[in-house]
Design a protein around this ligand. Structure first.
Ligand code: AMP
Ligand code: MG
Length: 315
């Protein structure tokens, strides 16, 4: 019997083969990674990449991250440097995206990089995306599997909610482990963090000094749109709600279990909070709350990444 979610598949050998075939024909597939779910297409195919932008309604000037199985697959598309090798050795595969110079004979379609001379590359860790990457003969352009400026999906049903049946294959890999997007580090000059994530500044600072000029995570990333990660209802930071039809996102054990209170982590664990962030905002919206208030989240370590997403959601 066909169920309602007939485009959601559990992962097995049959669906792996189908996915590989489908991607090779230039089609799109939604696949879990350790960060969030991605909408994947062949990065060498103009057709596939143009379709990613279309399905997501993503502005053309917001370039995509290109995903590889390992370092030798990426060699022909980008120019590696010393800082890259240092971080690759320590953190890959994992939730870290590198901006590098594009090589002259790179086959990545310019549509994927918004015609820039640089490319964002990542080696994801999740076993499902890795088994797909291992079998295909091209890298995957893969932004988060949601409509542009909305919340990233952290499970297969979230993806379905975004695209319904516009995507023929959504692979179900359960809830993603990390729950927010990868750290983006620009290695084309003095190393800079363009997007904070679970691989924090202090972890990167052990290898070299991160450049903090141009204040914090300033937009060198063309697509770092101010409004992003939005649940579709107003988000108000560092304030408590006055009415019970407004939700309150809280953090730590001092908060009561009121009906409209949603605790990201009772034990005040930032990792747990990151994993719950998008899920919680989606849930609040679905229940029908009109506004989301958010308590102050510690602005250190992974808290920086959480606050970055919350700030954009509140724009
Ligand atoms: P998303 O696809 O939503 O995970 O976002 C990818 C992020 O990587 C966006 O903020 C892009 O602007 C950024 N990005 C992708 N390619 C480049 C690049 N060549 N240079 C700088 N930032 C990039
Ligand atoms: Mg995204």
């Amino acid at each position: 019997m066909k169920n309602f979610y007939s485009n959601i598949y559990s992962f097995n050998l049959r669906i792996l083969k189908k996915t590989v075939k489908y991607l090779s024909q230039g089609n799109l597939v939604a696949i879990p990674t350790e960060t969030v779910y991605g909408l994947a297409g062949n990065a060498y195919s103009k057709k596939a990449v143009k379709n990613i932008f279309k399905v997501k309604k993503r502005p053309k000037k917001n370039p995509l991250i290109i995903h590889y199985h390992n370092i030798s697959d990426a060699e022909k598309d980008v120019i590696f440097n010393k800082n890259f090798f240092l971080l690759y050795k320590k953190f890959c595969p994992g939730p870290l995206t590198f901006i590098l110079k594009k090589s002259k004979n790179s086959k990545i379609t310019p549509f994927a990089t918004s015609s820039l001379k640089t490319v964002a590359i990542r080696f994801p860790k999740n076993r499902i995306i890795r088994s797909v990457l291992k079998l295909i003969k091209f890298p995957l352009a893969m932004p988060s599997a949601n409509l542009s400026s909305g919340l990233s999906p952290v499970n297969a049903l979230d993806v379905f909610e975004e695209f319904k049946k516009k995507i023929n294959i959504i692979i179900d890999g359960g809830n993603t482990k990390i729950g927010i997007e990868s750290t983006v580090v620009d290695l084309t000059g003095k190393p800079k963090i363009l997007r904070p994530g679970i691989i924090t500044k202090s972890k990167l600072n052990r290898f070299f000094k991160i450049d903090l000029s141009n204040n914090k995570f300033k937009i060198k990333s063309p697509g770092m749109l101010k409004k992003h990660y939005s649940p579709g209802i107003p988000v108000i930071l560092n304030k408590k709600p006055k009415y019970s039809n407004h939700a309150y996102i809280v953090f730590g054990k001092k908060f009561q279990n009121y009906k409209n209170y949603f605790n990201l982590s009772k034990k005040a664990d930032l990792k747990e909070a990151a994993a719950n962030l998008y899920k919680t905002m989606r849930k609040i919206k679905k229940i029908g709350y009109k506004k989301i208030y958010v308590t102050k989240i510690p602005n250190k370590g992974l808290g920086l990444a959480i606050n970055d997403r919350l700030k954009r959601a509140s724009n």
